[in-house]
Design a binder for this molecule. Structure first.
Ligand code: AMP
Ligand code: GLY
Length: 400
């Protein structure tokens, strides 16, 4: 079996490495740090696995299916769960899924009036995709009001912000729960916890994610989320005629009143994928291809091992990452027992050395019998790696 993973980040590197246990794998376009990277997807793959949200929202899965390919990833209709927050929120309401109170706006006056009725924290989101940056969470009403103006005028995020969602601010720990769907049946994967802020202690601006660990969350959470969130979502999608074959990524907040859905993503989380997918002990190729075929079998099984991943980011991330710095110590990190490195924003210079080529550059992942052991290994790996201005959080999974 030949599998083509589409994408170029740490998520795709981790997916490819796990799929390679039982298939021939290429990654397109990949990056110079991911083995078997090819500039364009081959015509002859038996399965195409689409990693990132942008091609899904733009209908790549539909185009490949129209060509007769077998694809893991929802079509454009299903991908609206991530591509339009307003569409997603309306679907949640129809499905009865617990989520923050909200409204959608295209005009400033009613948006500001709605804000005035809420208590802090205030949450403002672009309706459309904004590379994970379209969310403002603030305790300041002035900042929230300013954000509304910047979004609606197009100044902040172009057209993605001309429709926005304002929602009630929720408080509690976050959890990412994943499930694989074949259009009808859906099976759970292990949950993970991400760390979204750039600095230790959850300070500083939001990022795409600075590190994650799995397993995470309270006992019984996965069954609860399957019963009250994901199954009703699949049923509602089906009622709308949407045949969703791919992964659901439920971003939850565990509030005092129980779990509530912050968002759905239509792809694996990055960096959560790096700590969830390698823990699968059943065959990942079989799982994803049977979902693509509409014939899911048994739920996947997971190793009791814990995994922790720490993101190494370039100087200036998330605002203005500096690129082109030479990465040292990658081999030494991978030589440590229980440590793997996945490559995200990685390039290659004229001398053939790997260099930084994006904001989030590497994920250093440790595996161990406990989260504490996995964390120790990940941190030992990070200690081997360096480039000028490298940033990472030293408290990933420390509270687990
Ligand atoms: P989203 O892209 O919707 O997941 O939002 C990104 C981040 O913003 C989440 O991971 C949360 O940390 C935060 N966030 C989103 N919605 C809310 C909310 N209603 N209340 C509090 N924080 C939120
Ligand atoms: N780590 C969060 C995300 O992938 O959106």
């Amino acid at each position: 079996m030949k599998v083509c993973v589409i994408g170029s980040g740490g998520r795709e590197h981790a997916l490819a490495a796990t799929l390679a246990r039982s298939a021939e794998v290429v990654v397109s376009p990949g990056n110079p740090g991911i083995p078997n990277s090819v500039p364009t997807p081959p015509e002859d793959a038996d399965l195409y696995v689409i990693g990132p949200e942008v091609p899904l929202v733009e209908g790549l899965a539909d185009r490949l299916r129209a060509d007769g390919k077998r694809v893991f990833g929802p079509g454009a209709e299903g991908a609206r769960l991530e591509g339009s927050k307003a569409w997603m929120k309306a679907l949640l309401a129809e499905a009865g899924v617990p989520t923050a109170r909200y409204d959608t706006f295209t005009d400033e006056e009613p948006a500001l009036a709605f804000l005035d009725q809420l208590l802090p924290p205030y949450v403002i989101k672009t309706d459309g995709l904004a590379a994970g940056k379209g969310v403002v969470v603030t305790d300041s009403l002035i900042e929230a009001r300013n954000a509304v103006g910047d979004y609606l005028s197009g100044a902040a995020f172009g057209d993605a912000g001309r429709q926005l969602v304002i929602e009630e601010g929720l408080v509690g720990p976050e959890l990412s729960v994943f499930a694989v769907c074949d259009g009808t049946r859906v099976v759970p994967l292990a949950p993970a916890r991400d760390h979204k802020r750039i600095f230790d202690g959850d300070r500083g601006p939001n990022t795409g994610g600075m590190g994650a660990f799995s397993p995470a969350g309270p006992d019984g959470i996965v069954d609860d989320v399957m019963d009250r969130f994901i199954e009703p979502t699949v049923a509602t999608l089906r009622r709308r005629g949407i045949d969703y074959r791919g992964v659901f990524f439920a971003g939850l907040m565990l509030t005092a009143e129980g779990p509530k859905l912050l968002e759905y993503n239509v792809r694996f989380g990055d960096p959560e994928c790096q700590v969830v997918v390698p823990r699968i002990t059943s065959d990942l190729v079989d799982l994803l291809s049977s979902a693509a075929d509409g014939h899911l079998g048994a739920a996947p099984t997971f190793s009791p091992d814990a995994m922790v991943t720490v993101v190494c980011a370039s100087e200036g991330y998330p605002d203005s990452p500096r690129t082109g710095d030479r990465i040292d110590g990658l081999g030494a990190a991978e030589a440590i027992d229980g440590v793997t490195v996945s490559c995200a924003g990685v390039g290659r210079d004229a001398e053939g050395s790997l260099t930084t080529a994006g904001g989030r550059v590497l994920n250093v992942t440790g595996r161990g019998a406990t989260v504490a052991e996995a964390r120790e290994r990940a941190m030992a790996g990070v200690a081997c790696i360096s480039w000028p201005g490298m940033q990472y959080r030293s408290d990933i999974a420390a509270s687990a």
